[in-house]
Structure formats: structure tokens, C-alpha cells
Write a protein that binds this ligand. Structure first.
Ligand code: SF4
Length: 162
């Protein structure tokens, strides 16, 4: 079943990396600081190139570690560093009613429910653990394939529909 669902794919070692939540949280903070300093310069000097580099970087890095589906509205730090778009139902506010007794997914039985993983991982976050309780707006499909970092900087990720 998993080979038919891109959401179900996992790269070698990526589940181990996702379990290193403290490290990922620190990496997120560092990336955020760097981005906040560099993006305004990139936007002024070479906006198209900056966007290309950001999209490439997100596809490569987040694609490998988190199986990022490039939704353009990243909420990884609010979901225990576990991408909600890797839920086969793309649920962004917790699990469906079909989680199996062993914590596995009803659509991909050989995988853990990503929301079980998200909850467990979120508990070891220092700064963002409480964000698991936030209600996320519906995903805006118009932003698919774009840079979530740039969308965050431009406030586009706060608009559910456009
Ligand atoms: S940008 Fe969207 S699809 Fe990619 S890791 Fe973040 S939440 Fe998941």
C-alpha cells in the first residue's frame, strides 16, 4: 500500500532524525533567526532567485527529513516536528477516528499514525510543546509548491483561502 501513497514514504534514517526533537527544535530556531536576517536582503537584491533557492532548500532538506509535501504553510514546530501532510487524509488538527488499537494508521496499517507520533514527539519539545493544542486553519491549496518560509514572512500562510 505505502508505495502508492507519497505521504506514506519515508527516507532511510528519517524516522530516527524526527525522533531527535530537541535537536530539531534548536535547528528550527537557528534557521528562523538566519532567515529573518537574510530574507529581507534577498528579497531586495534578487527576489526570484531567493524564492527558487528557498523552494529548492525546502524540497531537499524538509523533503528528506519530514517527507514534506510542500503545502506552503509549514506547522512542523506546532506538530511535534512531524509533518501533518504525511497523514494520508492530510488532517492538520489531530487524528481521525480510525487509529488502530496499536496506534497504527487505518489507511497504511504498517505505519504508525502520524498524530500518535506527533503527540509523543511534541512532549519532549521545550519551546513549542504547547502549540500542539492550537487549532490550525484549513490548508490553503493555492500555496502548494511554494516556499513556506517566504509565505510566513509575507503573511500569506495566515490566509486560509485566496
Ligand atoms: S511545508 Fe507543509 S508539507 Fe512541508 S513539512 Fe511543513 S507542514 Fe509538512
Amino acid at each position: 500500500m505505502t508505495r502508492y501513497l507519497k505521504e506514506g514514504r519515508r527516507k532511510p534514517g528519517s524516522e530516527w532524525i524526527k525522533d531527535q526533537t530537541r535537536f530539531l527544535e534548536r535547528a528550527y530556531r537557528l534557521t528562523l533567526t538566519l532567515f529573518e536576517r537574510l530574507y529581507p536582503v534577498g528579497k531586495q537584491v534578487a527576489p526570484a532567485l531567493t524564492e527558487k533557492v528557498m523552494i529548492w532548500g525546502e524540497k531537499a532538506v524538509k523533503g528528506y527529513i519530514f517527507n514534506c509535501q510542500m503545502c506552503g504553510q509549514c506547522i512542523l514546530h506546532s506538530t511535534g516536528m512531524t509533518c501533518p501532510m504525511t497523514c494520508p487524509k492530510n488532517l492538520r488538527n489531530g487524528p481521525c477516528g480510525g487509529v488502530r488499537a496499536n496506534g497504527h494508521c487505518e489507511v497504511i496499517p504498517e505505519r504508525m499514525c502520524i498524530w500518535v507520533q506527533a503527540w509523543e514527539r511534541s512532549q519532549s519539545l521545550q519551546e513549542y510543546a504547547d502549540e500542539m493544542r492550537l487549532i490550525q486553519p484549513p490548508v490553503n491549496r493555492v500555496l502548494e509548491g511554494t516556499s513556506s518560509w517566504i509565505n510566513m514572512a509575507e503573511g500569506r500562510d495566515k490566509v486560509p483561502f485566496s
